[in-house]
Design a protein around this ligand. Structure first.
Ligand code: NAD
Length: 474
């Protein structure tokens, strides 16, 4: 596919392309231009030009385009989901849900467009202040490969409805879904230059976007390490920044929890998207009085998960998205075994067999008796490995849950209202789920505390993140 700059499907300035490969079998699924700094400059110029008109259109008119695009995305759900599965690896059912999620987000912000207005404040001595809500200008969106459609929606929806124009950079391994969704927005009437997609590497395209003084805001979703670099580089031109970074979400299972529900929640929370979700359950704390029974049931359930190519019928878990992640997971579990930092009670290896030969597959893995200093607890484990820790009670669980530099999500599983209240108040995270984990509809403001990020996306709050207020006093 070509990339989209100023409404034109275009090659990169260098003419270079790269292959996109299916992580389930290593087969090529397409190609994308290898963009560079020059391509970013072209895109920024087009976005700057397009801003002049787009920012002056009534918000409801902008919303109508998003509505039309959402409808078209729903019509093309299957084709889009196949593209997503082929480049990302997730099971087709999850890919279909994700595409639907993208449409939901566009519709949510299209709906909000009708309510966007300015504010009037009366002042002492008969004065008046009108507070205008204005778009920021050209914005940059840098997104990861794990949930490329939803995360693109989180940025495109609020940025465009508020009158900004956008330069978007997909992750290197998942450009095709973003380009297909951009193509639908274009067909739905989005004017040329309002949304530009530049494909290529973070070190060239991404860094140039963060450097470019003409980009007034960067919304970045990715790892904490890259997020820190983005924050530092963005300061040179005093850009607005939203950073949605990594997490190490704790799930706390109390002795009075509905055990079946908690087991299902742990399976979905950890192994959905092969464990590559920012808000996946990455540490599980279970009360010691029920731990043995809980682990027995969880192990039984996990060992029934079918691992395979996401396009195949009945597959519950696909491969990891790329070789670097696959190597990291193998190394992490290898270290646990080598250093005797825990008991691998299920999985802990690459599956064997012809169908797994050329893919980045890893078995769903459970580790118990994890040592407190283990990287499984200290780092973000972005793959299908769940460390399980037993605790005496809620105080200990909360203390251990908060003992991390991350603070994205957390969950409490209990029937006791007092325990729920205590956990919701004390867990250090941007979101706490009660008897569930992971679900994030567009209405919910979302973001992290501590090193998990800066700012909020989603919900009405994202409107603030893409607008500047200007006060006019008379
Ligand atoms: P990553 O940080 O390696 O890359 C993210 C994006 O940044 C990619 O498009 C990449 O090309 C680009 N990039 C890389 N280096 C750059 C640089 N120097 N300057 C500018 N851009 C650069 O992350 P990843 O491995 O693609 O994604 C996984 C991470 O994303 C995990 O940590 C996960 O938790 C996080 N994530 C967070 C959320 C959230 O909403 N909080 C959602 C999904 C994923």
């Amino acid at each position: 596919m070509m990339m989209l700059i100023g409404g034109e499907w275009t090659a990169s300035c260098s003419g270079e392309t790269y292959e996109v490969r299916n992580p389930a079998n290593g087969m090529p699924v397409g190609a994308a231009p290898l963009g560079n700094a020059e391509d970013v400059k072209r895109a920024v110029d087009c976005a700057h030009e397009a801003f002049k008109k787009w920012s002056g259109i009534a918000a409801r008119e902008r919303g109508k385009i998003l509505f039309r695009a959402a409808q078209r995305v729903r019509e093309m759900q299957h084709e889009l989901a196949v593209t997503l599965t082929m480049e990302q690896g997730k099971p087709l059912k999850e890919a279909r849900d994700e595409i639907q999620g993208f449409a939901n987000i566009l519709e949510y912000y299209a709906g909000i467009s009708a309510a966007l207005d300015d504010r009037s404040v009366s002042l002492p001595k008969g004065g008046r202040c009108i507070v205008l809500r204005r778009p920021i200008g050209v914005c940059g969106a840098i997104i990861p490969w794990n949930v490329p459609a939803i995360i693109m929606g989180w940025k495109v929806g609020p940025a465009l409805v508020t009158g900004n124009t956008l330069v978007l950079k997909p992750a290197t391994t998942t450009p095709l879904t973003s380009l297909s969704l951009a193509s639908i927005l274009k067909e739905s009437g989005l004017p040329d230059g309002v949304l530009n997609v530049v494909t290529g590497r973070g070190a060239s395209v991404g860094e140039e976007m963060v450097r470019s003084p003409a980009i007034r805001k960067i919304s970045f979703t990715g790892s904490v390490e890259t997020g820190k670099r983005v924050l530092q580089a963005a300061s040179a031109s005093m850009k607005r920044v939203t950073l949605e970074l990594g997490g190490s979400d704790p799930m706390i299972v109390c002795d009075d929890a509905d055990m079946n529900k908690a087991v299902e929640g742990a399976v979905h929370g950890r192994f959905y998207n092969c464990g590559q979700t920012c808000t996946a359950v990455k540490r599980l704390y279970v009360f010691e009085s029920i731990a043995e029974e809980f682990v027995r049931r969880l192990k039984g359930r996990v060992e029934c998960l079918s691992v395979g190519n996401g396009l195949d019928e009945g597959v519950d878990m696909g491969p990891l998205n790329n070789g670097a992640q696959w190597e990291r997971i193998k190394t992490l579990v290898g270290m646990v075994k080598e250093k005797d930092e825990g008991n691998v009670v299920s999985g802990g290896k690459v599956p064997e067999g012809e169908k797994y030969k050329n893919g980045y597959f890893y078995m769903p893995t459970l580790v118990t008796d994890v040592s407190p200093g283990s990287a499984l607890l200290k780092e973000e484990v972005f793959g299908p490995v769940l460390p399980i820790i037993t605790v005496k009670g809620l105080d200990e669980a909360i203390e251990l849950a908060n003992d991390t530099r991350f603070g994205l999500g957390s969950s409490i599983w209990t029937r006791d209202i007092e325990k729920i209240r205590m956990a919701c108040e004390r867990l250090e995270s941007g979101v706490t789920w009660v008897n569930q984990h992971v679900r994030l509809p567009p209405e919910v403001p979302f973001g992290g505390v501590k090193e998990s990020g800066v700012g909020r996306e989603n919900g009405i709050e994202a409107i603030d993140a893409y607008t500047e207020l200007k006060s006019i006093i008379s």
